[in-house]
Design a protein around this ligand. Structure first.
Ligand SMILES: *[C@@H]1O[C@H](CO)[C@@H](O)[C@H](O)[C@H]1NC(C)=O
Ligand SMILES: *[C@@H]1O[C@H](CO)[C@@H](O)[C@H](O)[C@H]1NC(C)=O
Ligand SMILES: *[C@@H]1O[C@H](CO)[C@@H](O)[C@H](O)[C@H]1NC(C)=O
Ligand SMILES: *[C@@H]1O[C@H](CO)[C@@H](O)[C@H](O)[C@H]1NC(C)=O
Ligand SMILES: *[C@@H]1O[C@H](CO)[C@@H](O)[C@H](O)[C@H]1NC(C)=O
Length: 388
């Protein structure tokens, strides 16, 4: 099933970006070693010389010169599941912060949660996932509802690979960018929401509403905390994705309040870069951002992420080993020939695109290694993906 979904995701992936010539002539037989078909959406983050207003007002002059991302799609990548409402984002940075603006079309602006660091996705929300060093480990997640309440957490390892949430919601001391920190001195998160029309939140009599704009300012130091990344410089690439959780609500005619529609117990998940499955915690599938120059001086074209083929090839080993283990009582294999049968993208592991090897350390797990395009990528059973 995973294999089918993944293939589907690749076929549906919109890939309309101008690419550097590095992608030309990299085929081995029928297989495209550039992994162009699964190359994620990318965005150039331009630098600002003044701070973003932080109000969530997407009509504010400040944001006029900053380009939008593409509109969000369904997390599965299934093109028939077009999101009911549009979502897009703008991002800028300066020496201290990343600033995000989300624009969420929403005919029924609704929120219930009135504190920070609770499970914000129980409301309709806007979510940011950031993995600066692209290791798939030690990434940060930030969620906001229409009351501008924030849940920020750090994941040491993706949940599916044995990781856990570190936040003040579940532990003390917990990772938190909202409070002056006990572990570092980064500046705190600032968030703001503007609803359109004014005061429409939780007021069905104003529906249909235009929607809400959400801004959040995140400390770069807080985001790179506990990663191998340093403060971003022009040209650097990070992995990042956005998600929007959307519940259907009905109007209680007695109280005049919104409530969750019990006929839809599952939420919709709309994202910038599709994942292929309903699970955001697959950092290897997220989009790519590249840090650029000053707004007005630099254009918004993103360079090719040249590590992509080597990283993708390593992830082929990761997924194949886990599928192999599923069929072989939890064991991994060093037999590459055998492993090729489990390649999530058909033909990838037998393509000859990269040299592949797997070792099985005494303590358990596996280490897959591949070299392609001048990069050597290593992947572990817990998904940790590094370049040598
Ligand atoms: C895509 O979504 C449509 C509409 O819900 C559904 O009928 C179809 O089975 C889905 N396709 C896949 C491959 O899941
Ligand atoms: C920092 O990284 C270490 C090692 O990966 C991990 O054990 C720890 O949980 C991480 N801390 C946070 C806040 O993510
Ligand atoms: C959680 O994060 C805090 C702050 O970074 C750190 O001090 C603590 O050791 C982490 N706890 C665990 C269990 O990872
Ligand atoms: C509708 O509101 C009334 C009055 O507040 C309440 O008693 C009732 O349980 C609500 N119904 C639903 C379905 O939420
Ligand atoms: C499967 O693995 C378990 C635990 O590692 C072991 O006890 C069991 O004998 C294995 N079964 C087979 C059929 O190899």
């Amino acid at each position: 099933m995973t294999r089918i979904l993944l293939l589907l995701a690749c076929l549906c992936s919109p890939y309309a970006k101008a690419l550097s010539p590095a992608f030309v002539g990299t085929s081995k037989g029928a297989f495209d070693c550039s992994f162009k078909a699964s190359y994620p959406r990318s965005y150039k983050v331009l630098k600002t010389d003044k701070p973003a207003p932080g109000t969530g007002d997407y009509n504010d002059e400040f944001w006029a010169q900053v380009p939008w991302t593409e509109d969000f799609v369904d997390i599965t990548g299934n093109a028939s599941l077009t999101p009911r409402f549009k979502t897009a984002v703008k991002i800028v940075y300066d020496d201290e912060y990343l600033y995000f603006l989300g624009k969420l079309e929403e005919p029924q602006v609704w929120a219930t949660l009135t504190t920070d660091n609770c499970v914000i996705f129980n409301d309709n929300d806007f979510e940011i996932f950031i993995n600066p060093d692209a290791t798939t480990h030690n990434y940060k997640e930030i969620e906001l509802n229409a009351f501008a309440h924030v849940w920020d957490l750090a994941l040491n390892v993706p949940y599916g690979d044995g990781g856990y949430e570190n936040s003040t919601r579940v532990m003390d001391p917990g990772f938190d960018m909202l409070q002056p920190s006990t572990v570092a001195t980064w500046p705190t998160v600032k968030s703001g929401v503007t609803v359109f029309p004014e005061s429409c939140i939780n007021d069905p009599s104003t529906a249909p509403n235009e929607g809400w704009g959400v801004e959040v300012r995140l400390s770069l130091e807080g985001i790179i905390y506990n990663t191998t990344s340093s403060m971003p410089e022009q040209g650097d690439f990070w992995r990042l994705d956005f998600s929007r959780v959307e519940w259907r609500v009905l109007v209680n005619e007695t109280s005049g309040e919104y409530y969750k529609d019990p006929a839809y117990p599952n939420e919709d998940n709309w994202v910038w870069q599709e994942i292929g499955v309903v699970a955001m915690h697959n950092p290897d599938k997220w989009g790519i951002i590249q840090f650029g120059g000053i707004i007005g001086e630099d254009d918004n074209s993103v360079d090719l992420y040249e590590e992509w083929p080597a990283r993708q090839m390593a992830m082929m080993i990761y997924y194949a080993e886990h599928s192999f283990a599923g069929a072989n009582n939890g064991t991994y294999t060093t037999d590459i020939q055998e492993l090729t049968k489990y390649s999530p993208i058909e033909g990838a592991l037998s393509s000859g695109c990269g040299d592949i090897s797997v070792t099985l350390p005494k303590g358990g797990g596996f280490v897959g290694e591949t070299t392609y395009g001048g990069f050597t990528a290593l992947v572990r059973e817990d998904r940790q993906l590094t370049l040598k």
